[in-house]
Design a protein around this ligand. Structure first.
Ligand code: C5P
Length: 211
């Protein structure tokens, strides 16, 4: 039997990346953060003064190089927005399908994103859908960012992060091309009351019950 493919989908900042990386490590499988592909295309559009809302990133997606994914400036708020905008473009998505399928073709893999279980690997061996309330996700994202805000600004800063997450989820879930959606055969993990270790333990339990 070929090595397993594990799909990890869900909304922004749900902890998919942390889970998928740890899961890959414990199962000794390759790991791919597919959001980086869209971020890299969005980043290059901004660099080249192209408008991701009105111009196509297809050529940039087709010419993506491994080094583009290693850039350290892919997680800024403007790249969050640009990535979500380029991700609406079916031509961009099509250009990135091959990279994602080829990645797991030989050695299997754990891939995290929005459409892994629905579009990229509809026959994935295990499909996880990781989610949490928008407030929880915003708090976690806020904690990740080097917070220089004072205590009084904390709530306002979290609310701002929360609003941006909600808007990006809305855009990702309502677009025509590969919208964010839980696959019918995915297992949902609600992480509001779980820490990273508990989410990993739950995921491993699910994987072992299926594989
Ligand atoms: O996961 P991350 O937040 O890095 O993804 C950035 C953006 O890329 C998402 O908001 C979404 O629009 C897009 N994306 C996607 N399909 C994926 C992964 C990411 O459309 N599989």
């Amino acid at each position: 039997k070929s090595p397993p493919v594990i799909a990890v989908d869900g909304p922004a900042a749900a902890g998919k990346g942390t889970l998928a990386r740890c899961l890959a490590e414990s199962l000794n499988l390759p790991y791919l953060d597919t959001g980086l592909l869209y971020r890299a295309v969005g980043r290059r559009m901004l660099d080249e003064r192209l408008d991701p809302a009105s111009q196509s990133g297809e050529q940039l997606a087709l010419s993506l190089r491994p080094d583009d994914l290693k850039r350290t400036d892919l997680r800024t708020p403007d790249v969050d927005r640009a990535a979500s905008l380029v991700a609406r473009d079916q031509a961009v998505r099509q250009a990135l399908v091959h990279i994602q399928r080829a990645f797991a073709a030989e050695r299997g893999g754990v891939l995290d994103g929005r459409d892994i279980g629905t579009v990229i690997f509809p026959d994935a061996d295990v499909k996880l859908y990781i989610t949490a309330s928008a407030r929880t996700r915003a708090e976690r994202r806020y904690m990740q960012m080097a917070g220089t805000e004072t205590e009084t600004n904390r709530d306002a800063a979290i609310s701002e992060v929360e609003a941006a997450l909600i808007e990006r989820d809305r855009a990702d879930a309502t677009r025509a091309a590969a919208p964010l959606r839980m696959a019918d055969d995915a297992v949902r993990i609600e992480t509001d009351n779980l820490n990273a270790g508990q989410v990993l333990a739950e995921a491993i339990r699910i994987v072992k019950s299926v594989l």
